[in-house]
Design a protein around this ligand. Structure first.
Ligand code: AMP
Ligand code: MG
Length: 435
């Protein structure tokens, strides 16, 4: 499928001046296949956090390994329970004690009980635990109301958490905190994970200056590389920083070839708008199969997407997926989260999951043009009844990066929606866990 020169045709059926976000996402999805150079590696648990599992992890044991008590109390054979009235008392002599890690030795008689602590093995012949709060103890005998307890109560069954031979975690899973604990609970000390995706990134623009340099009139500091670096790090890919590239053909060609050679994915910012030098398009098409989209989204309209090759002509040498993001700082973030992110997950071998949108009530009218998806910056809060309310951060220019820092969510306004009235329901994407 990933043959050169077939990519641009994917967009043929859409208006080239307004590719819907959903269509752009779908096309990217078709192209962002798990990379060919996948190599799994085994890592120790402490290194496995946020990595992508390269194979199913099969539970080698039952968890818990044996039936055990869920409470501090007394274990006994539930056959002894009386089926009588509420106040009928059951009286059982205490045969001994079972502690966590120190089982009761031997087998209690049917009409005996064993003092048991949470997590301790249920002694043979017993199947029920009466919590200590429900019993009266006098010497070596406990008494409790039989009707207060049902047979099998307060017992955790062997394999109840995870059964031996069953997949505990699936291939494609991004390892979370609970997973590390779960793997440890199975006695597993290392796991096979995918090699981290290498993502090369650079900024383009003659007006860009690096932090530390003096700012000449008309120049701006390059912020996109820092934003991109941070978003890539959060995705636990391996960022490869190729710096600032000047707006000339030779510099751009050098950067693109090197990036394609070094990385699985290449991300640039700037230089893809209408009005940018024509050499950009010529060059990108000389190095690969790249489409220049105008996406029906705001911010983030111009975007180049395709595949680049490092060899003499497309199809030769190493290849990398390419995203030419717009230059405006907020557009970089919006296109990263809504177009690039899922592709990086898929190429990493992870099972992509949709971003969790939440419904909120807009506290104000919002101007919105039908026919494009807008990602406005919002400040959301939850009221005491549990409902979310959102306002915008104010001016929504795609160069206003402070709006991202001020916001705590994107307000995602759907393609077909027009102006929003105060009180209307909108979708928000909270930044927590994302930014
Ligand atoms: P472009 O897409 O190259 O036309 O850039 C659009 C706008 O984004 C221009 O105002 C650029 O100065 C600005 N811009 C481009 N790249 C960066 C960058 N790396 N950091 C900050 N601003 C940028
Ligand atoms: Mg530029």
């Amino acid at each position: 499928m990933n043959t050169p020169r077939h990519f641009s045709s994917c967009v043929a059926e859409y208006d080239p001046n307004a590719l819907p976000v959903s269509a752009a996402q779908e096309i990217v999805r078709q192209w962002a296949l798990p990379r060919g150079r996948t190599e799994a590696e085994r890592v120790r648990l402490f290194e496995a956090l946020d990595r992508v599992l390269a194979e199913d992890v099969i539970s080698p044991i039952n968890v818990p390994s044996h039936d055990n008590s869920a409470m501090d109390g007394y274990a006994f054979n539930g056959a002894a329970l009386l089926n009588g009235s509420d106040d009928e008392l059951l009286r059982l002599p205490v045969a001994g004690t079972a502690l966590a890690g120190q089982p009761f030795e031997g087998r209690p008689l049917a009409a005996q009980c064993v003092r048991i602590m949470t997590g301790a093995l249920i002694p043979p012949g017993c199947d029920t635990v009466v919590p200590q709060e429900l019993v009266q103890r006098a010497g070596d005998t406990v008494t409790f109301a039989s009707a207060r307890i049902v047979r099998g109560a307060n017992r955790r069954l062997a394999g109840e958490d995870l059964a031996q031979g069953q997949p505990a975690l699936r291939k494609g899973r991004i390892v979370r905190a609970s997973d590390l604990g779960l793997l440890a609970s199975l006695g597993i000390g290392d796991v096979a994970v995918q090699r981290r995706l290498r993502v090369a990134f650079f900024s383009t623009g003659d007006e860009l200056r690096s932090v530390g340099e003096a700012l000449a009139p008309g120049c701006v500091y390059d912020s996109n590389r820092y934003t991109l670096f941070a978003m890539l790090r959060r995705m636990n890919v391996e960022p490869v920083d190729l710096g600032i590239v000047r707006d000339d053909r030779a510099s751009l060609e050098r950067a693109l070839r090197q990036a394609t050679q070094d990385a699985d994915v290449v991300i640039s910012s700037g230089g893809v708008s209408v009005g940018d030098a024509d050499f950009t398009r010529d060059l990108m098409n000389a190095l690969g199969d790249v489409a220049f989209w105008k996406i029906a989204m705001r911010p983030g309209r111009p975007l180049a997407f395709g595949r680049l090759w490092s060899g003499k002509r497309p199809g030769e040498g190493e290849s990398a997926l390419f995203f030419g993001l717009p230059g405006n700082p907020v557009a970089v973030m919006a296109t990263f989260y809504f177009i690039v992110r899922e592709a990086l997950l898929a190429m990493s071998g992870a099972t992509p999951h949709a971003l969790p949108l939440i419904s909120a009530t807009s506290s104000q009218p919002i101007n919105k043009r039908a026919g494009r998806t807008e990602f406005q910056r919002g400040i959301a809060r939850r009221d005491t009844a549990g409902h979310w309310h959102v306002v915008t951060t104010g001016p929504q220019g795609s160069g206003v990066l402070s709006s991202m820092s001020e916001a705590n969510c994107f307000i995602v306004l759907k393609h077909d929606a027009g102006n929003i009235d105060a009180g209307d329901s909108v979708d928000i994407l909270p930044f927590d866990g994302l930014i």
